[in-house]
Design a protein around this ligand. Sequence first.
Ligand code: APR
Length: 251
Amino acid sequence: MLAAIVQALRDSRHLLVFTGAGVSAESGIPTFRDALTGLWARFDPARLATPEAFAADPDLVWGWYEWRRQRVLRAMPNPAHRAIAELAGRVPRLTLVTQNVDDLHERAGSAEVIHLHGSLQAPRCFDCAAPYSGLARELDEPEEGRRLPPPRCERCGGPVRPGVVWFGESMPEAALQQAFAAAAECDLLLSIGTSGLVYPAAQVPQIAARHGACVVHINPQPVAPGGPREYSLPGAAGVVLPQLLQAAFTD
Ligand code: APR
């Protein structure tokens, strides 16, 4: 199996890397579904990750996202992020699609990251949607769940909201179409650190497989392959990816 994956990587003309929260786990950012420390376990997302929740209690929602953003600011890209950034120089074409709202791919050197669920780094006005550029770089660490009044929009005075896609909101259409088009064209897709539970993002690997691409799932939880050219590489992304690059491009 590994030999087939290594060969597919060496031969790839268009590689699609599709990541979820698991790629940032080794940077200390909890995933959504980790039983112990997952963000779900701490807060009921239905209470916080919706436009209604923000309208009802903007200070609680803004405080929670600022706590998450500060955790990301204090985190560092891990070997998985760095290996993905290195891959861009190893194949003729690489498309990086992420479900994550952190900027660790960018900080590891990846360019043109397609964020399907938005980004913590792109706040905008809740009322007029004007982008907000006044985010404080480093706050003193807001403790989890501390209420913080959101900044006000420089254009209309409305409350600033996180630039993430909330439950009940549609995903950025251009990003989704870009991801689906790349999935239909790629010859190899690495699905890294995602439970594949949330649609429509979870369609990306399925579209690639339907179009004949080789699909490889990198996850400590083995993923049942859905077809003849679908593989599961069990393990942590920060360990498996550097090994895969080593096997494909230096041995
Ligand atoms: N390396 C690789 N995978 C890992 C690692 C690791 N070190 N640690 C955990 N994982 C795997 C877990 O086994 C799990 O399958 O990462 C996956 C994380 O799954 P989720 O927490 O469901 O995160 P994700 O798939 O990104 O969720 C998708 O759901 O709640 C929404 O918008 C949210 O973008 C998120 C979407």
